[in-house]
Design a protein around this ligand. Structure first.
Ligand code: IVH
Length: 674
């Protein structure tokens, strides 16, 4: 979602929106769509433009704010001192200007400490009389979340410091997931059919936010400390001594650091670790350069965003050169034919890569990518790397033929079609294309749909290869013995699967609608459809006009839904699912609600509800004609406050929105007003 650069106030506004969007995906959702380097480039562009138009700078500009918001579910912790971020530099020249800005404000150069910049999550640990008493995330820099229980599970975090202490000590550092734990976790998730984490940082963030600390313990997070708060009061006056102090008292510090007397040693450190960092076993994305004499730190102070006594040197995204051996076409759940390059294996940012995404035929033509080409590849936000460009100078041998997308689906042979507004080719054979069935089945079984634990992509592939199933509904006919005959499947796992498949028959209607994998129908739209029709049979007979009239649906979704239910093979599938006893109606207590007592009312939920999940509560509101939203605004009618409600309470209070208890909410459901 990067937009073309343009030096104007309009671009400034555009950048605020873009950066806010990507910061939200990164910090709050743990699901970035762009790489860190692209994000940094946007912030740099913004920072440049802000210098040109100081009058237009937003008070909450991301250049002066530390990212992340307080999540609900954990207690809030106000940091004794704000947890700041770091300014970034991208070249030795920029590093020199960092030094140039401070050197006249300090007596003389007392050297630097260089440490690798760990790509994890900043945390603050509090020890009282030497005992670990509290751990908090950075949150928005001022207020974080109390994740003490989760942090206690980290094997590398000492619960008692070495030595005798009285009073409080605060230390700060980074929680991370090593490559080893990350790969093991993703392998497990793949087997279970769960979505994969894009990178170790997201996995660490997703883990630290688990409300159940036993999950945290199981996943194996690590921590390195790098900051002793109030070091001078303990007689520690240098950052290098602070690191030794931390290590001496049993707190883990990373191995990759050094004292550098002058900038030229700093440059050497940066250059040396540019490649060596990939042997560390954890992700680093730069080097942090700090003034070693930490008694100078307070005097230099900080901007709202970052201290002046340190800076982060960010490495350019790692690229590697390799050759394209062949190009495969993968067929997705919705029939999209996606070209994927098979590469001569090459080491890239700590892992060996053998495949790279090529997006679509237009992209291949634009970059003129051919089989046999030497290309530059780099890690994108996704796990699978992308081809940056062809090295045309290496095209010296025989002429390579241009790559053509196939005219037919490689999995089933159907003629591929290209829809008017799309860049991708699609296989239209939804009903019996084995590749679509495989993808469709693992999606059907995922937690968005029927939530059948253990039925992931690999198992789906095996079932289809062995001819055990021809269509989705066939999984309901398989016996324990059928499942047990699959590779690496014991009798007990087979029995568990059959139980999970049986249980899936009573999933809510919205889950079944989502499980079908209709284009544009994710969890939210499925909930809207379930709330509106209350019955699969009514939904499948509905007209495109009726669908388009549902609030939140619109013409594109309506046409996709109508086309899905018009298709004979899909209708047949629904009949089979019904025959096998899957739940086709909305929950009983709502099937007979005729009134629309909550029409025009908007509900927002905060905290945990004790009687139902938030998603169910929202579905119930919609079933009664109301709407449910994720954030409080002046249009909110009621904020339903569950246990441990968070920042939304404050906002509702400020806006004068009515705050009601879960009990009051339940009463409203029983006897809706209006
Ligand atoms: S020192 C006042 N040292 O990078 C902030 N930070 O992008 C002092 N980080 O917020 C931070 N490795 O979470 C420091 N060796 C290191 C680091 C490090 C990773 C993180 C930290 C910081 C972020 C800024």
């Amino acid at each position: 979602m990067t937009a073309p650069a343009g030096h104007s106030p309009a671009r400034l506004e555009e950048l605020y929106k873009l950066i806010a969007h990507h910061a939200h995906l990164y910090y709050d959702k743990d699901a970035p769509e762009i790489s860190d380097a692209e994000y940094d480039a946007l912030v740099r562009e913004l920072s440049e433009l802000e210098k040109q138009y100081p009058i237009l700078v937003h008070a909450d500009s991301p250049t002066r704010r530390v990212g992340g918001t307080v999540q609900e579910g954990f207690k809030k912790v106000e940091h004794l001192r704000p947890m700041l971020s770091l300014d970034n530099v991208f070249s030795t020249t920029e590093l020199e200007s960092f030094w140039g800005r401070i050197k006249d404000n300090i007596p003389d150069n007392s050297g630097f400490t260089c440490e690798m910049k760990i790509d994890g999550l900043a945390v603050s640990l509090l020890y009282d009389d030497g005992i670990f008493v509290r751990g908090a995330t950075r949150g928005n820099g001022r207020v974080g979340e109390d994740v003490t229980e989760n942090l206690r599970t980290l094997k590398s975090l000492p619960l008692r410091l070495k030595g005798n202490f009285s009073g409080k000590i605060e230390v700060r550092g980074e929680v991370l997931m090593t490559w080893e734990h990350f790969n093991a976790l993703n392998e497990k998730r793949e087997v279970r059919g769960e979505s994969l984490f894009a990178n170790p940082r997201n996995a660490a963030a997703g883990t630290l936010r688990q409300l159940d600390s036993s999950i945290v313990a199981e996943r194996g997070l690590d921590i390195f400390l790098y900051y002793l708060v109030d070091a001078p009061s303990r007689g520690v006056t240098r950052q290098s001594d602070a690191l030794s102090w931390l290590a001496d008292h049993g707190l883990p510090i990373q191995p990759a650091w050094e004292c550098c007397p002058s900038l030229s040693e700093v440059d050497t450190f940066i250059a040396r670790w540019q490649n060596e960092r990939f042997n560390l076993g954890y992700v680093t994305d730069g080097a942090v350069v700090k003034l070693d004499d930490l008694t100078l730190w307070d005097g230099l102070g900080a901007t709202a965003h970052a201290p002046r006594w340190a800076v982060a040197y960010k490495y350019p995204p790692e690229e590697a050169r390799t050759r394209i051996l062949s190009i495969d076409i993968s067929v997705g759940r919705t029939g999209a034919l996606t070209p994927v390059a098979n590469l001569e294996p090459v080491r890239l940012a700590g892992t060996i890569v053998q495949r790279a995404g090529l997006h679509n035929g237009d992209e291949i033509r634009r970059k003129d990518i051919r089989v046999g080409d030497v290309v530059r590849v780099r890690k994108a936000a996704e796990i699978i790397p992308e081809v940056v460009a062809v090295d045309f100078s290496a095209r010296t041998g025989e002429t390579l033929p241009p790559f053509e997308m196939p005219s037919h689906c490689p999995a089933c042979g159907s003629e591929a079609v290209r829809l008017p507004d799309e860049a991708v080719l699609r296989c239209p054979n939804r009903a019996s294309c084995p590749a679509q069935l495989r993808e469709g089945l693992s999606y059907f079984a995922s937690n968005v749909g029927m939530d059948i634990r253990g039925l992931g992509d690999k198992l789906a592939g095996q079932l289809i290869e062995r001819g055990k199933i021809k269509t989705l509904s066939d999984i309901y006919d398989l016996t324990v013995d059928d499942w047990a005959s699959m590779e690496r499947m014991g009798k007990k796992s087979a029995q568990n699967l059959v139980t999970a498949i049986e249980a899936s028959k009573s999933r809510p209607l919205s889950a079944l609608i989502a499980a079908l994998g209709i284009r544009y129908v994710g969890k939210r739209v499925a909930e809207l459809l379930a709330a509106h029709f209350g019955d699969m049979d009514k939904l499948r007979e509905s007209s495109e006009e009726e669908l388009a009239g549902i609030e939140g649906v619109g013409p594109v979704i309506a046409s996709s839904v109508a086309a899905f239910f018009h298709d004979a093979a899909n209708r047949d599938l629904l009949n089979r699912l019904k025959e096998r006893g899957l739940n086709f109606v909305s929950q009983k207590d709502f099937s007979d609600v005729k009134g629309e007592g909550l029409r025009g009312k908007t509900f927002v939920f905060t905290g945990e509800l004790s009687s139902m999940k938030r998603s169910e509560a929202k579905e119930k509101v919609r079933a009664l004609g109301g709407s449910a939203s994720g954030s409080v605004s002046s249009r909110t009618s009621y904020l339903v406050a569950g246990d441990k409600g968070g920042s939304k309470l404050k906002k509702a209070g400020e806006l004068g929105v009515s705050i009601i208890s879960e009990e009051e909410f339940l009463k409203m459901l029983d006897a809706p007003e209006g």
